[in-house]
Design a protein around this ligand. Structure first.
Ligand SMILES: Nc1ncnc2c1ncn2[C@@H]1O[C@H](COP(=O)(O)OP(=O)(O)OP(=O)(O)O)[C@@H](O)[C@H]1O
Ligand SMILES: [Mg+2]
Length: 141
């Protein structure tokens, strides 16, 4: 692979039925490209957690995945309320998920810690009232 490939996905606000579609599709595409199963798994988990966060905590947004010879880059940009305290949000067990969302099985406060754990780089840019962009990278070598 010499050129880089780009995949884009729209994530809809509050749509739990479709949440997970982006991670599923990326998983399928990476497998087809011959990316190793361990890396495919890590990328799929990271995107899935980010995708769910865009559904639960924001008002949807856009996911862009770029693949080149050396890395898989994932940019998850939402039009949400922003994260007031990123350090706190990164802590295992911290969650502001409301009751109805917890009843669906989310809200353990493990999404962001797992996104950090399964990727090689993670950075969060956030502005209150504007949105949040999470950028993650997984190295291919
Ligand atoms: N895209 C986002 N926009 C606004 N706030 C967010 C966003 N992503 C995460 N947060 C905030 O960070 C907290 C921690 O996120 P994290 O994904 O770790 O846990 P969770 O989504 O609450 O629960 P889990 O992911 O385990 O189901 C959230 O409860 C929320 O307050
Ligand atoms: Mg989460």
């Amino acid at each position: 692979m010499t050129d880089s490939l780009e995949f884009k996905y729209e994530v809809q606000e509050g749509n739990f039925t479709r949440a997970g579609e982006a991670s599923q599709d990326v998983k399928r595409k990476l497998k087809r490209l011959g990316v190793s199963p361990d890396i495919v798994r890590r990328v799929a988990i990271a995107i899935y957690e980010g995708e769910i966060n865009m559904v639960i905590h924001a008002y949807g947004g856009e996911i862009t995945v770029t693949v080149n010879d050396s890395e898989i880059k994932m940019v998850l940009a939402d039009r949400g309320p922003g994260i007031p305290d990123v350090e706190k949000a990164m802590q295992a067990g911290y969650s502001t998920a409301p009751e109805n969302v917890r009843n669906l099985g989310f809200g353990a406060g493990m999404g962001l810690p797992n996104m950090k754990k399964y990727t090689d780089e993670l950075s969060i840019e956030t502005e209150i009232g504007v949105g949040t962009t999470v950028t993650m990278k997984v190295y291919l070598q």
